[in-house]
Ligand binder design. Structure first.
Ligand code: IMP
Length: 430
């Protein structure tokens, strides 16, 4: 199966990082296709613990070529910081290529993201404050700056002159903030382009060559399907399509070339930021799921915010699987449930007298639904040392099987800890 997209099937933070790390070691090309440094992947491997925001996880394998695709929005300062840290820790970044079509997150995007959030008051989305929404908005309104522009002095100056005039009017007149200097911004971003220049290229040719040679290609997802700008819990979503369609678009690979879509879901559910979360819980069970102080603790990799936690929501997961053509499910963090005597799974929603099969589109309605739960027995046995599926306690096997049945996908991977070796392979992916 040469072309595989790995996507989040929940609200992001599904523990994709260590699965990507494992699969990247089997792939020859890894393409990060969307989002920006709102994402954070924690990777634990033989070289140590790494927190990646933009660099694809294949960077740790000397065999693998890594691409940041056209669908990604790049904060060059953040990317350079990440590259410097990797180099300092002995990881070569020579095989990283950045699409010249990828858009740049500019300082005014970050500033506007934060100012807009402040203005939203009670209706805050809880964005990561990294400028993601404003950068994608500019891309769509055709006022964005792309990586290629940073390498072309006259283009950068011309575009910045027009764009900054508008942004400065918004910043000063609407928000009473200081204007951004054209001179300083131009020189700084020219310099950043210069520093990243060796990596910036037309990645289309690299992707096509890999496709022609039938090399194993991993499309590395960020965020999750329920944060999708079209199908997620709008407006509490991110500003890109993080699913399988976004993978094709952002990587520049036609949909007919995709061989498999792996949906990654935690064995329970979490959400960081605001927005509806029907199966959210509080109290002792929630504390167990949050497991403060463990390497698996439910704290956002990018923002350090405590994640909201809840039971596995099969209505949402099935919806995400259907929308993205998920054929293989990867269940992460099964070990977090090890001490629970019983575990709930949401199999449907009740709204007044009706039973719903799919999540309603309107947040106000979604907030009124009542989850219908099925309660399954826990296994009360540690699973972190298990390396084969059939060695898991029977109740754990049954739990995972039930999730797959409800979601409608075969089981591919199960993880029982943050390490690469703690991923149990049930079905070969490549
Ligand atoms: P933005 O992407 O920074 O605009 O944030 C929009 C929403 O998506 C907020 O609720 C964020 O918490 C959420 N979000 C964005 N990226 C991630 C991620 O990588 N993991 C989890 N949540 C995310």
């Amino acid at each position: 199966m040469p072309v595989v997209a790995l996507i989040g099937a929940q609200w992001g933070d599904e523990g994709k990082g260590h699965l990507i790390d494992l699969l990247a070691s089997q792939a020859r090309l890894v393409v990060r296709y969307g989002g920006g440094n709102n994402a954070g992947h924690t990777v634990v491997n033989h070289l140590g613990t790494f927190k990646l925001h933009l660099v694809p996880s294949g960077i740790f394998d000397p065999q693998t070529v890594n691409i940041i695709g056209a669908g990604v929005v790049i904060d060059p300062e953040v990317l350079l910081g990440e590259l410097k840290e990797l180099e300092a820790r002995g990881v070569s970044t020579a095989r990283l290529f950045i699409s010249e079509r990828a858009h740049v997150i500019m300082p005014y995007h970050v500033q506007l993201d934060q100012l807009q959030e402040q203005d939203r008051g009670e209706g805050k989305i809880g964005t990561t404050g990294r400028g993601i929404g404003p950068a994608y908005a500019d891309k769509m309104s055709r006022t964005g700056i792309r990586m290629a522009d940073l390498l072309h002095e006259q283009t950068l100056l011309n575009r910045l002159r027009v764009v900054l005039e508008e942004k400065n009017r918004i910043l000063t007149r609407l928000y009473g903030a200081s204007p951004i200097s054209l001179h300083d911004t131009y020189l700084r971003y020219l310099e950043l382009g210069h520093q990243l220049g060796d990596h910036v290229t037309d990645t289309h040719a690299i992707v096509q060559r890999a496709l022609e040679k039938d090399l194993p290609i991993l499309l590395e997802g960020a965020q999750g399907a329920l944060l999708d700008v079209d199908y997620g819990t709008y407006p509490y979503v991110t500003s890109s399509p993080p699913g399988a369609a976004g993978a094709c678009q952002g990587a520049g690979i036609g949909p007919t070339r995709l061989n498999a879509v792996i949906g990654v879901a935690k064995a329970y559910a979490t959400r960081v930021g605001a927005g509806p979360f029907p199966t959210e819980i509080d109290g002792p069970a929630a504390d167990t799921l949050r497991q403060i102080g463990t390497p698996w603790a439910e704290v956002g990799t990018t923002t350090g915010r405590l994640r909201r936690v809840g039971w596995f929501d099969a209505v949402m997961a099935r919806y995400a699987a259907q929308l993205n053509g998920v054929d293989t499910l990867a269940i992460t963090k099964l070990d977090v449930l090890d001490t629970l005597p019983t575990i709930k799974v949401c199999t449907g929603y009740r709204l007044n007298d009706a039973q719903l099969e799919y999540p309603p589109a309107t947040v106000a309605v979604l907030e009124q639904v009542e989850p219908i739960y099925e309660e399954l027995p826990g296994w009360m046995t540690p699973t972190t040392g298990v390396r084969r599926f059939h060695e898991l306690p029977e109740a754990a096997q049954a739990y995972v099987a039930r999730l797959c049945q409800l979601v409608g996908a075969r089981l591919g991977l199960v993880s029982v800890g943050p390490g690469r070796d703690q991923v149990i392979t049930v079905a070969e992916i490549f």
